[in-house]
Design a protein around this ligand. Structure first.
Ligand code: GLC
Length: 421
C-alpha cells in the first residue's frame, strides 16, 4: 500500500517536531518536579516546543553518577541539566558555553554564583536557586517549655533533650529533639561542614588546597554530633536525607530540624501538622566563641555539549532562570532566588520572612571546597562523608577518623588539590 500524502506529512512533521523538542532533567526533592513541569509547560506554550521532563534521584551524588554516565558516552539523552553548585568543575567539559547565548542576562544574578559557574572563562550554567543550611524549630514547643531559641549547639542539645523528655513523658513517644541529614552522601558533607566551621574547625581543605581536617576543633564538632545519635536524634538519622528529616519534623515529631529553605513552604501548607508553628533561624554556633555557619548549596541549569539544538536549550534555561520564574518558585515553594533584586520584592519577603531576616547569614554561607578541588570534588567529599559517618555510627572516634581522612586526602593529592587537576 502506498503511503498517503497525509501519512508522509505526519511522519515528516513529527520528525521536524522531534528535532525541536527538548529533554530536561530536574530534581524531585519536595516540590521541585511539580514546579519544574509547570514552568516548562509555560515555556512550551509560549514557544510551541515540546519538552520532556525527566526526574532524577534525590541524592545529589546519585544524580551526578547518572549524569556522568549519560554525558560520558556523549549521549544527547538530556539537553538541559539541573546541576549542583559543587559540580561545574566536574562537568564543565561536557557542558556548552552559555556566554554567547545569554545577552548578558547572567549579570542580574549574584556575582559569586556566576563566578562559581564560570570554568576556564566559559559560563557552563545559569544560576537557578541558592540554598543555605537553616535551623527550623517548633515555636509552640519552645514556648510551652519556656525555652529560648538556641544560639549554641550546647543550648540546642539541652533544649532538645528537655522537650523530648517532657513530650515523651506526656505520652508522645515518637518525639525527637533534633533531625538532620546523616546518611553517607553529599548532604552529610553539608551538615558536617557546618559543624566544623561553627567550631572554627576549617573547611576540609585550606586555601592552598591542602587537607585541613586533622585538628582538635573539627574532632570536637564531630564528637558532639555523634553524641546526638540515639539520644536527641533517632538512630535512623544515619540514613536520613533532606526528605526523611522533613517527614519527621512536618509530622510534628521533632523539636528542631536542619534543612534547606524549601522545607519552609511545605511546613506551612494546610496538610502539614506543624503549619503556623515553625520558626527559622541561623544554625547554632560551636560555643560562645564559635560562629554561625550555613553551608552554601544551590542548583544551576546547564546545556549539554551534546544537545542537538543548544540555542533552543539555552532559551529554555534563560526562561526558567528568569526573574519571573524565580519569583513564582520563591512564592509557591520558598526557593531562594539568585537574582539580587528579588530580595527586596515585598511579595517574596511576605511569603518567606526568613529570606529577609536571615539575608546576612545566607549571603555569607560557607562554600564546600569544590572550586579548589575541581574535577575531584566528589571523590574528596565521598572520603569526608564516609569518615564522618563512621564517627556518627560509632565505628571510629573523631580524632582517629580525621587523622585517617587526612592521610587519604594527602594520598589523593600529595601537593594539595588544585582546580583543573
Ligand atoms: C541541596 C543543596 C545542594 C547539596 C544537596 C546535598 O540540594 O542545594 O547544593 O549538594 O542539598 O544533599
Amino acid at each position: 500500500m502506498k503511503p498517503s500524502l497525509i501519512s508522509i506529512a505526519m511522519c515528516c512533521l513529527s520528525a521536524w517536531a522531534q528535532a525541536d523538542s527538548l529533554k530536561i532533567s530536574c530534581g524531585a526533592v519536595g516540590q521541585e518536579l511539580t514546579l519544574c513541569k509547570q514552568a516548562v509547560a509555560q515555556w512550551s506554550k509560549k514557544t510551541g516546543h515540546e519538552v520532556q521532563v525527566v526526574a532524577t534521584p534525590n541524592d545529589s551524588n546519585d544524580r551526578l553518577a547518572l549524569y556522568q554516565q549519560i554525558l560520558g558516552s556523549g549521549s544527547d539523552k538530556i539537553d538541559v541539566l539541573q546541576i549542583d553548585v559543587v559540580w561545574p568543575g566536574i562537568l564543565a567539559s561536557h557542558l556548552a558555553d552559555l556566554k554567547p547565548l545569554t545577552a548578558g542576562r547572567e549579570q542580574q544574578h549574584f556575582a559569586g554564583i556566576v563566578a562559581n559557574n564560570t570554568v576556564g572563562g566559559r559560563l557552563v550554567a545559569m544560576p537557578w536557586f541558592t540554598d543555605a543550611g537553616l535551623l527550623y524549630y517548633r515555636k509552640d514547643l519552645l514556648a510551652k517549655y519556656r525555652q529560648a531559641v538556641p544560639d549554641t549547639w550546647a543550648a540546642l542539645t539541652a533544649t532538645a533533650r528537655k522537650i523530648q523528655d517532657g513530650e515523651r513523658a506526656a505520652g508522645n513517644d515518637k518525639m525527637w529533639g533534633y533531625v538532620w541529614q546523616g546518611r553517607a552522601y553529599e548532604g552529610l558533607s553539608c551538615d558536617a561542614l557546618e559543624w566544623l566551621v561553627s567550631h572554627h574547625g576549617g573547611t576540609i581543605l585550606d586555601s592552598s588546597g591542602k587537607s585541613a581536617v586533622n585538628n582538635p576543633q573539627a574532632a570536637r564538632a564531630l564528637t558532639m554530633a555523634a553524641g546526638w545519635v540515639g539520644s536527641i536524634s533517632p538512630k535512623a538519622v544515619l540514613n536520613y536525607g533532606e526528605e526523611e528529616a522533613r517527614g519527621v519534623f512536618q509530622a510534628g515529631n521533632a523539636v528542631f530540624m536542619r534543612n534547606w529553605p524549601y522545607a519552609w513552604a511545605l511546613a506551612q501548607k494546610a496538610d502539614s501538622a506543624v503549619q503556623g508553628r515553625v520558626g527559622v533561624v541561623a544554625l547554632p554556633k560551636g560555643g560562645a566563641d564559635g560562629r554561625h555557619a550555613a553551608t552554601l548549596g544551590g542548583w544551576q541549569l546547564a546545556v549539554s555539549r551534546y544537545a542537538k539544538n543548544p540555542r533552543l536549550a539555552a532559551d529554555l534555561v534563560l526562561y526558567l532562570t528568569s526573574s519571573e520564574v524565580q519569583k513564582q518558585r520563591a512564592l509557591s515553594a520558598s526557593y531562594n532566588p539568585t537574582i539580587g533584586a528579588l530580595y527586596s520584592d515585598p511579595d517574596i519577603l511576605r511569603a518567606n520572612p526568613f529570606i529577609g531576616e536571615l539575608y546576612h547569614s545566607m549571603s555569607n554561607a560557607v562554600a564546600r571546597p569544590s572550586a579548589i578541588s575541581g574535577r575531584r570534588y566528589n571523590q574528596l567529599s565521598n572520603q569526608f562523608w564516609n569518615a564522618v559517618h563512621d564517627v556518627l555510627a560509632g565505628k571510629s572516634d573523631a580524632a582517629t577518623a580525621l587523622q585517617q581522612l587526612d592521610v587519604s586526602l594527602k594520598r589523593m593529592a600529595p601537593a594539595g588539590f588544585r582546580a583543573g587537576k
